[in-house]
Design a protein around this ligand. Structure first.
Ligand SMILES: Cc1ncc(COP(=O)(O)O)c(C=O)c1O
Length: 396
């Protein structure tokens, strides 16, 4: 496009982005970009920054998607998602958690990311306050901000296994009334999990306060010390958000689901009809078949367990004294305060000097995150071993 054409499109240069679009960047993406620049110069980088599995989607998912492509037409589906996929997800709840879920309460979404938008829009008005754990997954607060809501960060510490407690939520509610609580177990970035009792107590607190309880269960299936319980077994009002991205290694397929109380189904359906029409059909077909690839995914999970052991046994030798109990997901949140006061600088130097990319904690916790970095161990075992060796040599 020529310069004059550009000027014509915006003659007075008066277009401004809205204030609500002014949300912070995802720092992990900046680390990825810095890593890509080094790689372009020929340096090899071990990627432990992005939270995504190195493994491919389960073979049955790929075969089903190929067959659907060959069959020709990929049209819209109904807004709530293919009935057969919603039934298959309901069966998953029966098999995995022993719970009976009406498929009519299941909504297929474009990754769990779209599930958050739909849930927040359906549950909250602008100005509403929602409690989230800090450290926590940054898009929770950034999506809430963009929708005109307020994220109320609840600081979590080792004394509660880095999970929100009823007391902390009640204290936040006393400061200014909350309209919702969002919990994740296993959590990102900490990898820590809540026991079923702790999750139940939080859900009960939300019920008592008459506010929404949202449970992000995206890392279910990736639990190493005790099985994760679904909030659906703990509260009839819980809103559960899940995804095929992590356990099923389908990040790029952009497919997830929600389980919501019956009263919310129609409002969510109307939003989805207008926002997206429907979720990508090819991904829905693949997701349904993904459930037949569980054996394959269990093997991938065993690989994460090996990687987890390599890190938890190897990092102390590098001088990292403290990290959070890695109960689940594929993250280790490591205290680097012994080495520096600025995790962005630490991550930058570790990338440039040791060739290992990790995410600075400030992405997840603007206050204490400068003392932490997050390693993702969803990659190949050999690379995780090499990363420990490189970081150990670098810190010597
Ligand atoms: C805790 C948590 N929730 C939700 C998501 C969003 O995942 P997706 O939109 O791929 O389902 C992520 C991605 O890293 C995450 O870590």
């Amino acid at each position: 496009m020529s310069g004059s054409a550009r000027r014509t499109a915006n003659p007075a240069g008066h277009l401004r982005a809205s204030a609500r679009s002014d949300v912070p960047a995802f720092i992990v993406m900046d680390v990825m970009e810095a890593a890509a620049r080094l790689e372009a110069r020929g340096q090899r980088v071990i990627h432990m920054e992005v939270g995504q599995p190195a493994a491919a989607a389960p073979a049955p998912a790929i075969v089903a998607a190929q067959a659907a492509l060959v069959s020709g037409r990929i049209g819209y589906t109904v807004a709530l998602g293919n009935v057969s996929l919603r039934r298959r997800i309901a069966r998953h709840y029966a098999e995995r958690y022993g719970t009976d879920i009406d498929p009519a309460r299941i909504v297929v979404t474009t990754g769990s990311s779209a599930g958050f938008m739909l849930a927040f829009l359906t549950l909250f008005e602008p100005g509403d306050r929602i409690a989230i754990a800090s450290p926590g997954y940054p898009p929770y607060r950034n999506i809430l901000t963009a929708l005109g809501c307020e994220a109320a960060p609840v600081e979590v510490t080792a004394s509660t296994r880095f999970a929100m407690t009823p007391e902390a939520v009640l204290a936040a509610h006393r400061e200014r009334p909350l309209r919702g609580v969002l919990a994740a177990s296993p959590a990102n970035p900490t990898g820590t999990m809540m026991t079923a009792e702790a999750l139940a107590a939080l859900a009960r607190t939300a019920e008592d306060l008459g506010i929404a309880f949202i449970s992000d269960e995206i890392y279910h299936g990736l639990d190493y010390t005790f099985p994760a319980e679904t909030a659906l077994n703990l509260s009839a009002d819980a809103i559960v958000i899940n995804s095929f991205s992590k356990y099923f290694c389908m990040t790029g397929w952009r497919i997830g689901w929600m389980v919501v109380p019956e009263a919310l189904v129609r409002p969510i359906e109307r939003l989805q009809q207008n926002f997206a029409i429907s979720v990508p059909t090819l991904s829905q077909v693949a997701a349904e078949a993904a459930f037949d690839g569980r054996d394959e995914m269990e093997a991938v999970k065993r690989g994460y367990e090996v990687n987890r052991r390599i890190l938890t046994e190897g990092l102390p030798g590098a001088g990292f004294g403290r990290f959070l109990p890695a109960d689940g997901a594929f993250y280790l949140y490591v205290d680097v305060s012994r080495f520096c006061d600025d995790s962005i600088d630490f991550a930058r130097r570790m990338l440039e000097e040791a060739g290992v990319a990790a995410t600075p904690g400030v992405d997840f916790d603007p206050v204490h995150g400068r003392h932490y970095i997050r390693f993702c161990y969803a990659g190949a075992e050999a690379e995780v071993r090499e990363a420990v060796e490189r970081v150990t040599a670098w810190l010597k």
